[in-house]
Design a protein around this ligand. Structure first.
Ligand code: URA
Length: 262
């Protein structure tokens, strides 16, 4: 007698199976014979398509919030430099050879803020070391200041809004500036300079929210709670040497301020 197992409980089914094995059953067969040759030629039943899982919303990283948290967590300039170098949200990093953090003496009274590294800076990992940087060094040497000076009175500290070179030296994009700005703000806090010098339009845009360097230069402004002097960028001066007259005027203003004058 062949019994359907559908309405048997587990233990009864197991006992029946054991009994059948004891009787010599060595193969499981159904009540009706199956023609396997005919089955072979029939199209295989398709597996039921598995329902695709519902796409789950991927939480988007907020690069600006992340930059802010990482920057705030840095307690020293070395830690900040490391945090900047490890920050992966800015696409510029992919194309850069080096992270350009700063150069000079962090104890300096002046912190110069440029735009972004160029080719030479990217190669060497230091800001303002190409032609524009050499002019910058000569400009500050004219008022007795030098990035290599150990004495904070005569020293300079130099950085950029962006630590990575934009491809083909294109202008920084607003989102790139926005996500790197928390690092720059923390950089200024930790270096704690007496005054900032904002080199060119991009630096003014990032820190003053304004551009128009011809109008802004030579007038003291305030950035990040400190006196800030916008100046023509040395790369602009290389292309427009007649503007060096105004740059000289601005350097003298800076010197007077540091001497306790205007
Ligand atoms: N121009 C900048 O603004 N920064 C540099 O470091 C070099 C050129």
């Amino acid at each position: 007698m062949i019994q359907s197992a559908d309405n048997l409980d587990y233990h009864t089914a197991l006992a029946l199976l054991a009994w059948q094995v004891e009787l010599g059953a060595d193969e499981a067969i159904a009540a009706a014979p199956v023609d396997r040759y005919a089955l072979r030629d029939q199209p295989k039943p398709k597996r039921a398509a598995q329902a695709a899982p519902e796409p789950q919303p991927v939480p988007q990283a907020d690069p600006v919030a992340e930059a802010r948290a990482l920057a705030q967590a840095a307690g020293t300039l070395d830690e900040l430099c490391e945090a900047v170098a490890d920050f992966t949200h800015c696409e510029l990093k992919q194309g850069a050879r080096n992270t350009v953090f700063a150069d000079g003496n962090p104890a300096a009274r002046i912190m110069v803020i440029g735009e972004a590294p160029g080719r030479d800076e990217d190669m060497r990992g230091l800001p303002f070391v190409g032609r524009a940087g050499q002019l910058l060094d000569r400009m500050f040497a004219a008022i007795g200041m030098d990035r290599t000076a150990p004495d904070s009175e005569a020293a300079l500290y130099i950085t950029n809004v962006l630590p990575w070179r934009p491809p083909q030296n294109r202008d920084p994009k607003p989102d790139e500036v926005a996500m790197m700005l928390p690092f720059l703000q923390r950089h200024v806090e930790l270096a704690d300079p007496q005054v900032l010098v904002l080199m060119g339009n991009h630096s003014c845009q990032a820190l003053l929210g304004m551009r128009g360097i011809t109008r802004l230069r030579g007038k003291w402004a305030e950035a990040l709670g400190r006196p800030a002097l916008p100046m023509f960028h040395p790369a602009f001066l290389l292309r427009n040497p007649v503007a060096k007259r105004e740059a000289w005027h601005d350097l003298l203003m800076l010197q007077a301020r540091l001497r306790g004058g205007a």
